[in-house]
Design a protein around this ligand. Structure first.
Ligand code: PEP
Length: 259
């Protein structure tokens, strides 16, 4: 592992603020009982839960950071239902997911909007996780490398070098998200190497490359070891403290074992 691992729990549109507080508390207690040494842990609750989660994280000194699942590409104004970078920063949010496939496919987020959002979030000082990944028909046609390359170039071309350290990339094949069908370690390793090459050609060598798609307690250790990723973006399995922290632990063990 070239970087300290990063594991992000994407709670999607699950858990109201009371449930979110409860999960945050559980994670805090478990981390206190069994500290994790080498993993950066990030929680991405729904917008309406963020205040509760950042409050408990701060008051209980829980060693996690908080992400938003989405942000608008504009600073303020007539964007009903949207949230801005400065609003998030005011809540001590330090990370944001950009271009999750559910935003791309269900909320018409095209490559141009992904690029504009990413640049706006970086300029505002947020750490960005750019999500990329192909649909099943693209994988079946063996066009995944070119598809992901196009997504990366469109989002990252020309990004000022001072923002590079704020960037991570999550490879999330759409056919593996929430389906229980995980990419094989070979598929993950091959795509991770491809993404690193594309990033390198864009001058963005420092970015961590994560995998997401039905990661769970059973498959995490193998994927992190053989898939050569720097961590995970976790959906379903992040909704329970035990499964989420077991995935975190797999990354910690892998990092420790390779040092
Ligand atoms: C995700 O939504 O980013 C994700 C990877 O979900 P899941 O782990 O449930 O497949």
């Amino acid at each position: 592992m070239r970087h300290q691992p990063l594991v992000i729990g994407n709670w999607k549109m699950n858990l109201d603020y009371v449930e979110a507080l409860h999960l945050g508390q559980q994670i805090g207690v478990m981390l206190k009982n069994k500290p994790v040494e080498h993993v950066d842990i990030v929680l991405a609750p729904p917008f309406v839960d963020i205040r509760s989660v950042t409050s408990i994280v701060e008051s209980e000194k829980i060693p996690v950071e908080v992400a938003a699942q989405h942000v608008n590409a504009n600073e303020n104004g007539a964007h009903t239902g949207e949230v801005s970078v400065s609003m998030l920063k005011r809540l001590n949010v330090t990370w944001v997911l950009v271009g999750h496939s559910e935003r791309r496919s269900m909320y018409a987020m095209d490559d141009a909007t992904v690029s504009a959002t990413l640049r706006h979030a970086l300029r505002g000082g947020l750490r960005v996780v750019l999500c990329v990944g192909e649909a099943l028909e693209i994988r079946e046609a063996d066009d995944q490398d070119e598809f992901v390359r196009t997504q990366l170039v469109s989002a990252l071309k020309g990004i000022d070098a001072r923002f590079h350290e704020l960037l991570s990339v999550a490879y999330e094949p759409i056919w593996a998200i929430g389906t229980g069908r995980t990419a094989t370690s070979e598929q993950v390793a091959s795509m991770t190497a491809h993404i690193r090459n594309v990033l390198s050609s864009l001058g963005v060598d420092a970015a961590r490359v994560l995998y997401g798609g039905s990661v769970n307690t059973e498959n995490a250790a193998t994927i992190v070891r053989e898939g050569l990723v720097d961590g995970f973006l976790v959906g379903g399995a992040s909704l329970k403290a035990e499964s989420f922290l077991s995935i975190v632990q797999s990354c910690d063990d892998c990092y420790d074992g390779k040092r």
